[in-house]
Each structure stands twice: as structure tokens, then as C-alpha cells.
Write a new protein. Sequence first.
Length: 240
Amino acid sequence: MNTSRNTTNNFYLDTIDPSNLLQPPSITASSPESFFPNDCTSIDDWLADELCKEGLLANAMDFSPEKILALLPHTPPISPPTSVKHEPASPNVPLFPEIAKQKPILPKVNLPRIAPRPCPTVAVAPVKPLVAASPVMMSQQKRRSDSMSGSSAADQDEIALKRQKNTDAARRSRLKKLVKMEQLEQKVSDLEADNHHLTTRIAVLESEKSGLQLKDVSLEERIRVLEAQLAEAHRALTKV
């Protein structure tokens, strides 16, 4: 097993040239088929051959290569890689076209200063003095002011008079209520005194009534006794 691995590694080293690995694909003349022996045309052939050498396939010598290939999964043959041509970059094309398209900075130009235009002066008309008011107008204004002040004073007096009347009416109503309350209280006190006097009188009369009733009972008893004596005296006289 170790001898077969060593032969395989030596085969790789003999087949691959280190100088070819550093060259681009378009320059190297070797194709992918150079990695395998001359009698193997695909990966399947090479894999079957290696498995037979390592003894992983039992009785591999009894089978033909066609039978061995039929047992293995079919893979397409390796096609040589397509060489990609790299076009050289044009030296005239800028690396950053946005920067190349920018406009150059223009130098600052100092423009001449323009003198300001003089503003036209507007003639202001002189203010006319106020015309002195006539005495008639002054008297009318005074009358109006006097009438307004008189009306306002009259209104104030009327308001004050109404307020005073309302105050007096409220005071009179309060006095009437107080007098009425005092009268009612006096009447209540008088009635209470009369009630007490009458109650006392009733008690006296009740006592007198009870005394008279006792006297009446005693008099009735005396009358019965006298009647009995009179009847006995009358019988005695009639017997004689």
C-alpha cells in the first residue's frame, strides 16, 4: 500500500512542472489530460486503475476495463479550460472618469465697483397751522360737554337715589320683621302666663269641688238622720 502511494506521489511530481504553475493558462501548453497517464482518457479510467493497483477492487484483473467503467458512475471527460484573453487597458482611459470630467477652477476676477445712484429728494409740503376755532363752535362744544357731564351726573344721582331707596326699603323691611317678631314673642309670653294662671285656677276649683262634694255627702247624711227622728216623733204622737 505504501509503495503504491509513493509511486502515485512520484507520478504527480514527475507529471506537474512547477514552472507551468506560475504561468497563465493561455501561455502554458500543457492540458489537464497531462495529469493522468497516457492510457487513461478520463478520471474514471485513472480512478479504476488506481483502485486496482491498491487492491480495493477484488479480482479486478478478471474484469475488463469496460466492465469496471460500467460499475463506476459516469463523469464527463475533463475539457481543457477556455483561455480568457485579457485585453490591455487603454492608456487614454482615466481611472476615475468623474474626476476627469470636472471643470477646472477659474481664477477669481475682481469686478469694478458700481457707484450708488443718488436718491431723488421728495419735496415735503409745509404743514399749515390749524385754523383757530370760532367762538360759536367753542360754545357748542362747551354746551355738548356740559350736557354730557350733566347727563352723566344726573345718571349718577339717579343711580345713587335708587340705591338709597333700596337700602331704606331693606332697612324698613328688617325693622318690620323685628317688630313683628317682638310682638309675637310678647304674645307667646302672655299666653303662657294666662295658661299658668288658668292652670292654677283649675287646681283651686278642683280642690273646692272635692270639698263641696264631701260637705254635700255629710249634709245628705244629716238630712236622713233628721228625717228618721221626725218620723219617730210623728209615730209617738199618733199613739197617744
